[in-house]
Design a protein around this ligand. Structure first.
Ligand code: PLP
Length: 392
């Protein structure tokens, strides 16, 4: 059977590969603990589930959710209230917000809505593995912009060659950052807007971890003056409300880009089940305390992992954002080789940094979205099985 040429460029999706590895090992009877995927095991808040159940019983919600093509106005209004309350950002629900099937969908549909074949598109390296395939699907080419530890994993915009910046038409970024756990600053966001204005680059600011920060202010790209003129922000209910399986998020910001995504979507999918949108309203309006509780859970888990890593020889500071720990590999290992070593010794799976881009080599990523007893067991195995490790 013929399959599309464009698929030949796309590497296997990282987490599919890891899932298969885990499945195979479990089939062989190995008690695998995965600290790889960022997918909370803790449940969605009960009132959100109740709101879904109530809305699911109403036959009006059983029909195509296309009456309001950009997502239910009630959902978009709740998103606007959340942005105002949590970030101090004003959004017009009628023109500046569209509901999404998660921010991953937004990354993909932004590419189809904003990028032309042959374009050059800036993308941070390391970066979320979803960006490059979307850029390729749009017929464009990604250009990696390095993020380095010594610069707090924020790209140095002055380092981007001016001929590249002039040719580039879009830029994908994400802070709080997967995989590094780095956070942006207001100064960086201001500079990003200036850069986008100077080179006429559309910003796709992917912000599903906006709520997962420790000891620093929550930031939206839209906090930066002029941000709405140069781009949009993708956000999601997945991470703050443990709703990864529900598939709901939003794109907010520049009205032309939001309308362009709406045009792609109306020719691609038929929107999000209304009952899920009603549940989303409940999460956005009443979920702040729940998010705070989850942050405390992640803080405790993070400190446990840090204590074990330090015992084993790692020198590594707490990340300020996300529920990931991005730690250097010991001396003598490449990232994939160290992941294999950890898997063979402890049956613990973590993500290899190299899967996030060339600059991800030399790191591995731990996710804190596993339950406490499994995390404790993984750390116990590491303490009992790993030798004292050496670092450069
Ligand atoms: N963007 C980044 C940077 C992510 O890490 C993830 C999920 O891990 C997503 C997007 C996808 O999130 P959603 O569940 O909202 O589609």
């Amino acid at each position: 059977m013929q399959t599309a040429q464009r698929l030949k460029k796309i590497p296997p999706y990282l987490f599919m590969t890891l899932r298969n590895k885990i499945k195979d090992a479990r089939a062989r009877g190995v008690d695998v603990i995965s600290l790889a995927v960022g997918d909370p095991v803790d449940p969605t808040p009960e009132p959100v589930i109740e709101a879904l159940a109530k809305a699911a019983r109403d036959p009006a919600n059983h029909r195509y959710p296309t009456d309001e093509e950009w997502g239910m106005l009630a959902f978009r209004e709740a998103a606007a209230r959340w942005y105002k309350r949590r970030y101090g950002v004003d959004l017009d629900p009628a023109r500046e917000i569209i509901a999404l099937i998660g921010s991953k969908e937004g990354c993909h549909h932004f590419a189809l809505a904003a990028i032309n074949p042959g374009d050059l598109v800036l993308v941070t390296d390391p970066g979320y593995p979803g960006y490059k395939p979307s850029i390729w699907f749009a017929g464009a080419e990604p250009y990696p912009v390095a993020m380095r530890e010594e610069q707090g994993f924020l790209p140095d915009l002055d380092e981007i060659p001016s001929d590249v910046a002039r040719k580039a038409t879009a830029f994908y970024l994400n802070y709080p950052n997967n995989p590094t756990g780095a956070v942006a600053t207001r100064a960086f966001l201001d500079k990003l807007v200036e850069f986008a204005q100077a080179y006429d680059i559309a910003i796709c600011y992917d912000n599903p971890y906006s709520e997962i920060v420790f000891g620093v202010e929550r930031l939206s790209f839209l906090n930066a003056p002029g941000a709405k003129e140069v781009g949009l922000e993708l956000n999601s209910l997945s991470k703050p409300f443990n709703m990864t399986g529900w598939r709901i998020g939003m794109a907010c910001g520049n009205p032309d880009l939001v309308a362009a995504i709406a045009q792609v979507k109306s020719n691609t999918d038929s929107g999000i089940f209304n009952a899920i949108q009603f549940a989303g309203v409940e999460a956005l309006d009443n979920g702040d305390d729940f998010t705070a509780k989850m942050l405390e859970i992640y803080r405790v888990r993070r400190d446990k992992v840090l204590a074990t890593l330090r015992e084993l020889g790692w020198r590594y500071d707490s990340p300020k954002g996300t529920f990931y720990l991005w730690v250097p590999v010991p001396k003598g290992y490449k990232s994939a080789a160290f992941c294999d070593f950890l898997f063979d010794k402890c049956a613990v799976v973590v993500s290899p940094g190299a899967a996030y881009g060339r600059n991800g080599e030399g790191y591995i990523r731990f996710s804190l979205t596993v339950n406490d007893s499994r995390l404790d067991e993984a750390l116990k195995r590491m303490r009992e099985t790993l030798p004292k490790l050496e670092f450069p």
